[in-house]
Design a protein around this ligand. Structure first.
Ligand code: UDP
Length: 328
């Protein structure tokens, strides 16, 4: 190797065989970085990283992040840790709240502990879910978090991720560990599965199979979807941004669409004859389920820090997901 050439950055990605993690792995490899993935394949899948397995600089370990000796070794070999391993998807959370809480808090505890021992930077993937029922849109990072009661399983996800954020910021303040927290807003794109309740892959699968497209509630709730390729670029940029250390940063798109509007768009772009049906929340999730009416990020902090925010329009995003389903 040319001695003047700097060594490639080595990234450890927990949850790297998941939807976002696999795109991040691919992006970092394309940037000339080395990538090691640790994933227990609980919701991730080996197919997600199949295309990366032969690539120079790529490695993976199938294991639970909470295996401390293993994680210590992997963290030791990395320059930066992207912590994406978590229980995600509203369906999974409602159906398996114990796993959600234990995975989300337990994994983050171990990652931060090991990163602190080895003094390695950590980028934590958090979620817009932490804003909860706050209706002061667009959400800014220092807005209040408004949770529902503990009797409703949905809020366990938001609370577990909020604890992760508190812990990461505590490590940063009390121990000087460099951490960055990215709150991701409805990230979508190729390879995302609808198995855990995510709306876009669910709608696209329903439309392509001629099944009813299931809009939960009245369909007037809205979201801002962002393209995974842009989201992972933002995560990588945040990892390299010194001013982002100790910060919580929204990562999402600005374009708002209602879920009923999304159903119409998916139907149009697939040329589907599927009916669009409304399903009450009680039936879709559980008795008394609470949804967020609007969820919009204020992305000015992200733009100030890294110079861009996800901007792909929803039509192009849906097209990319449809093309991916057709290929599979
Ligand atoms: N949703 C829907 N039909 C589905 C799945 C989800 O109408 O088959 C709705 C869900 O109730 C929510 C929105 O789509 O209002 C986004 O859901 P998702 O689980 O993708 O993400 P969330 O924003 O809830 O984290």
């Amino acid at each position: 190797m040319n001695q003047l050439q700097p060594r490639a950055t080595r990234a450890l990605i927990t949850g790297g065989a998941g939807f976002i993690g696999s795109h991040l792995s691919e992006y970092l490899l394309d940037q000339g970085q080395e990538v090691h993935v640790v994933d227990d394949l609980s919701t991730g899948s080996i197919e997600n990283i199949d295309g990366l397995r032969g690539r120079a600089g790529f490695g993976h370990t199938i294991a639970d992040v909470r295996e401390e000796p293993l994680l210590a070794e992997l963290v030791d070999r990395a320059d930066v840790v992207y912590h994406l391993a978590a229980a995600v998807g509203v369906r999974l959370i409602v159906e398996n709240p114990v796993r959600t809480i234990e995975t989300n808090i337990g994994c983050t505890e171990v990652v931060l502990k090991m990163a602190n021992k080895k003094r390695k930077k950590v980028v934590i993937a958090s979620t817009s879910e932490v804003y909860g029922k706050n209706d002061a849109v667009p959400f800014q990072e220092d807005h209040d978090l408004v949770m529902g009661p503990t009797s409703k399983a949905r809020w366990s996800y938001a609370c577990s991720k909020a604890i992760d954020e508190f812990l990461a910021l505590a490590y940063q303040r009390a121990r000087g560990l460099p951490v960055v927290i990215a709150r991701l807003f409805n990230t979508v794109g190729p390879r995302q599965t609808g198995r855990y309740g995510m709306v876009l892959p669910t709608f696209v699968r329903q439309a392509l199979m001629g099944q009813p497209i299931t809009v939960f509630g009245d369909g007037n709730q809205s979201r801002c979807f962002s393209y995974v390729g842009e989201v992972v670029k933002a995560l990588a940029a945040l990892a390299e941004c010194p001013e982002a250390v100790g910060q919580v940063v929204n990562v999402g798109g600005r374009e708002e669409i209602t879920i009923a509007g999304l159903a119409e768009l998916v139907k149009k772009l697939t040329g589907s004859t599927s009916a669009i049906v409304k399903v009450p929340y009680d039936q879709a999730y559980e008795e008394g389920f609470e949804d967020m009416a609007r969820r919009l990020p204020d992305v000015s902090k992200l733009e100030r820090l890294v110079g861009f925010s996800p901007a792909m329009d929803i039509g192009a995003i849906v097209e990319s997901v449809v093309a991916d389903f057709r290929e599979r």
